[in-house]
Design a protein around this ligand. Structure first.
Ligand code: DCP
Ligand code: MG
Ligand code: MG
Length: 548
């Protein structure tokens, strides 16, 4: 103990002053709850969620039968023959719900750290401070760990944690009200204690821990490994040193721990064994990967693969749209069948860069499918019989904004812009060129000597209307030469402005034609239509990209 007190001033700080208020939220039987929400008939039945041969979680009805997490399905069925087994290998709906939950929690404080799919830490210290200034009387909501209300510490933690319990209750009510999900909450002055105290009353309950009970809570843990943050590797090292329980850590010499675990980890573990944890709630950014998988007993044909990829892409695009960012990498994974249990868990994957401009195209689904298939072919020789048990698709490396228009143009133009591109981006360039070549003859006759000549007509046709208009408007402005003045056979009396392909011009709705002419006469004005998420000025931006 003495050594510990000398080892780190910051830890001492949190031992005698409990300035923060941290809430840990953990959803009740998360995957099972999502399934019950999708299919309310399940709510009254025992439900087990299956992955491979295991029940990875179950609802609380099933838990009454003694079903535990990670139990073999055969064992679970022996305990409860009427257990309804739901396949939980596809994480799509769980991820979606997980993100929604975090968003609800963020309504209470910006300091939210997501942990896995069903847990979040929230630092509500500032919210508590504000409430303290506004009110003076507070009542604890929910349980108090060991019914021990703080009466020795004078730092103000009793009031703060009491307000924390009220906020936790509000968060839980909001999650229930907006998403129909129940959860547990732990409230304490640090992350470790908040996480540990939450599950002391389950499900759909909350518990606050006052600092005077911190030691009792950690000493009640079954073993050192039960401290979240001590993983298998650290616990193996500790066990090898004869350190098994939390009190063993408390009594171990810090220098011994530092020698075997490294200074930082050793000091943290030593602190944790006394309920001390000064780690911050790290604000979680958006997810790094949008990934989906489909498991199956057997995928044997390209028809299977095509259909699985098709559905994965459709769902992936929905998620990307909801996310609002643009991925720049596509990854395809497969799990090859093997009799060996260990091996079947391994996935192989290939990835390539994708041009985010693709997400503007109406044909983006087909284009991603083509890319995914070419990645698949690198993983699996489809000319020979194959047996897969899973196929996955992931979008990664996101960028917040739509790409600059130069890349849009690169994507639309007929020639590959990067001759020295890497293999990954060559895929895309080749892909772009391929589209262009297909339509080249008809396009060549259609285009006049204007800036649109560089753009593949077929791709142009696929663009959403607002973007097409923007390109046309910009193109109208580019040329200063007098344009052809004629009455088109379409009946339009309007004159096609300089530099605009008449064929394209007369296809446009009349209001857009007028706008084009206006722009041409007055000089370039900022187009009314705009691309989402673009805050930068657009003045002349497209023009430069459209130049040959
Ligand atoms: N999970 C998993 N593999 C495990 C354990 C859990 O894939 N070995 C998944 C299923 C769970 C989810 O993670 O629903 C969240 O894990 P929890 O440990 O929080 O368990 P639950 O939310 O299911 O139950 P509880 O009510 O005990 O929190
Ligand atoms: Mg949970
Ligand atoms: Mg959890």
């Amino acid at each position: 103990m003495e050594e510990f007190e000398n080892c780190n001033d910051i830890q001492l700080d949190s031992k005698f002053r409990h300035t923060r208020t941290i809430i840990h939220i953990d959803l009740d039987c998360f995957y099972a709850q999502v399934e019950m929400l999708k299919n309310p008939e399940l709510a009254s039945k025992p439900v087990g969620i299956k992955q491979q041969h295991y029940v990875i979680t179950s609802n609380y009805v099933a838990r009454e039968y003694g079903i535990k997490k990670c139990m073999l399905i055969t064992e679970a069925l022996a305990l409860c023959p009427k257990l309804v087994i739901v396949n939980g290998e596809d994480l799509h709906d769980y991820r979606l719900m997980s993100n929604k939950i975090t968003e609800v929690i963020k309504q209470f404080s910006a300091k939210v750290e997501k942990l896995g799919l069903d847990e979040n830490f929230v630092d509500v210290t500032e919210v508590v401070e504000k409430k303290l200034k506004m009110e003076s009387k507070f009542e604890i909501v929910g349980h108090v760990y060991k019914n021990e209300i703080e009466n020795s510490c004078l730092c103000g933690c009793r009031e703060r944690l009491t307000i924390g319990s009220q906020i936790a209750n509000e968060i839980r009510s909001k999650i229930k009200q907006e998403l129909g999900m129940t959860c547990c909450a732990g409230i304490a002055h640090n992350k470790l204690l908040a996480k540990l105290v939450g599950p002391t009353h389950k499900p759909n309950q909350q518990t606050v821990l006052f600092p005077s009970s911190a030691l009792t809570l950690v000493l009640n843990l079954s073993c050192a490994r039960a401290i979240p943050g001590i993983g298998r590797k650290s616990s193996d090292i500790l066990n090898a040193l004869g350190i098994d329980s939390v009190s063993d850590i408390q009594n171990a010499s810090l220098s011994l721990l530092e020698k075997h675990l490294g200074d930082q980890l050793a000091q943290w573990i030593k602190g944790a064994s006394f309920g001390v944890d000064d780690s911050e709630v790290k604000q979680t950014g958006k997810q790094q990967v949008i990934g989906l998988e489909e498991a199956s007993k057997g995928l044997y044909s390209m028809k299977d693969i095509n259909s699985k990829l098709h559905s994965l892409i459709e769902r992936g695009l929905k998620l990307i749209q909801e996310d609002g960012r643009f991925p720049t990498t596509l990854r395809v994974s497969v799990r090859k069948y093997s009799k060996s249990e260990e091996y079947t868990k391994q996935r192989e994957s290939k990835q390539c860069a994708i041009n985010p401009s693709m997400f503007r195209l109406n044909s983006c689904k087909e284009q991603i499918l083509k890319l995914a298939l070419s990645l698949f072919e690198k993983l699996v020789d489809h000319t020979k019989p194959f047996h897969l048990t899973l196929i996955g698709l992931a979008f990664t490396k996101f960028q917040e904004e739509l790409p600059v228009k130069s890349s849009l143009l690169q994507f639309l133009t007929k020639t590959s812009p990067h001759k020295d591109a890497s293999t990954e981006s060559e895929n895309i360039s080749r892909f772009g060129v391929k589209i262009a070549n297909k339509e080249q003859t008809s396009v060549e006759t259609a285009i006049s000597n204007d800036y649109l000549a560089n753009i593949d007509q077929s791709v142009l046709d696929e663009l959403p209307e607002d973007i097409r208009n923007e390109i046309f408007q910009a193109n109208a402005h580019v040329s200063s030469q007098p344009g052809p003045s004629n009455v088109h056979r379409s009946g339009s009396k309007l004159n096609c402005p300089a530099g605009v392909d008449p064929k394209v011009f007369y296809e446009l709705p009349e209001d857009i034609q007028k706008e084009l002419i206006e722009n041409n006469e007055q000089g370039y004005k900022k187009p009314k239509t705009s691309l989402n998420n673009h805050s930068k000025p657009k003045q002349n931006s497209i023009l430069s990209y459209l130049k040959k």
